[in-house]
Ligand binder design. Structure first.
Ligand code: 1HE
Length: 257
């Protein structure tokens, strides 16, 4: 499966997806956003995890500013909603999505990364929201997702002042869950994807689909949704097999390292 703007390869149960528009620093043209949407809405049924990375020296330079020309307000809303659909397709894909970051992760590129389930950054990664200086605003779900990663105060500062977070302080701030040496984010993301792919699919489904919604529910509703979800996962045959394997000493133990 290949696409001009996305380099897509399947390796067993893992789908490797790379932005492939490096001459424009992987800026998100409409065509590229639609390709992302189509890919993540239609993951092959045997895919158990996805790695989303990018070719070239930067993960993604955000919105293709060349396309932001004469839109009227109505067209602007429709355009932003199109981004929302694409990034929603990533967040609610049928398999967990691990982002492999390097270089610029800016503007819509950061919104894209924020829609993935885990972010792995390498030492060249940096994060910014240049929308403030460009006279525009986030439009790819960033105002909802990014404060959940780094907090509202940090996002406000980034947009008002153009502040750039380098890789190390970015990891501390919450942009990424893993920080690895330069050039190693894709390999690390693949390792994590392979690990996640071994989980029971129903558990991964609960983690990626139910958990973010439960976290936004009123506590009483959240507890009930959690109880329903846990009952469903526990009663699946695969859960019973895994629990038996542990009790028989055949399953891996939790170790500190
Ligand atoms: C682009 C874009 C782009 C590069 N749209 N064409 N995003 C930004 O404000 C970030 C803008 N980009 C940059 O700051 C820099 O390009 C980078 C730091 C990402 C990379 O720098 P560099 O020196 O490696 O590359 P470059 O020379 O700046 O760019 C190479 C080419 O990519 C050049 O085109 P060329 O035809 O002259 O070779 C650039 O014009 C092109 N390019 N970035 C279009 N973003 C739904 S709302 C989301 C709102 C946003 O995302 S706002 C943030 C937009």
């Amino acid at each position: 499966m290949t696409d001009q703007l996305l380099d897509i390869q399947q390796r067993d149960a893992i789908l490797l997806v790379r932005l492939n528009r490096m001459h424009k620093r992987n800026a998100l043209s409409d065509e590229l956003v639609i390709a992302l949407r189509n890919t993540f809405e239609n993951l092959p049924t045997d895919v158990r995890a996805v790695v989303l990375g990018a070719h070239g020296e930067h993960f993604c330079a955000g919105l293709d500013l060349g396309e932001l020309t004469q839109r009227n307000p109505g067209q602007g809303v429709v355009h932003s909603r199109m981004w929302h659909q694409a990034f929603h397709a990533i967040q609610f894909a049928t398999a967990p999505v691990i982002a492999a970051l390097h270089g610029a992760v800016v503007g819509g590129g950061l919104e894209l990364a924020a829609s993935c389930h885990i972010r792995v950054a390498d030492e060249t990664s940096y994060y910014a929201l240049p929308e403030g200086v460009r006279g525009i605003f986030v439009g790819g779900g960033g105002s909802v997702r990014i404060p959940k990663l780094i907090g509202l105060a940090r996002m406000t500062d980034m947009m008002l002042t153009g502040r750039v977070y380098q890789a190390e302080e970015g990891e501390r701030a919450g942009f990424a869950q893993y920080l690895v040496p330069a050039g190693q984010s894709f390999a690390k993301a693949l390792e994590l994807a392979e690990r996640a792919a071994q989980n029971a699919p129903l558990t991964n489904y609960a983690i990626t689909q139910a958990l973010p919604l439960i976290a936004e529910q009123a506590a009483d509703h959240g507890y009930l949704t959690e109880a329903l979800m846990t009952a469903v996962t526990q009663s699946a045959p695969e859960a019973k097999q895994r629990l038996q394997a542990f009790l028989q000493g055949k399953a891996e133990r939790v170790r500190a390292c």
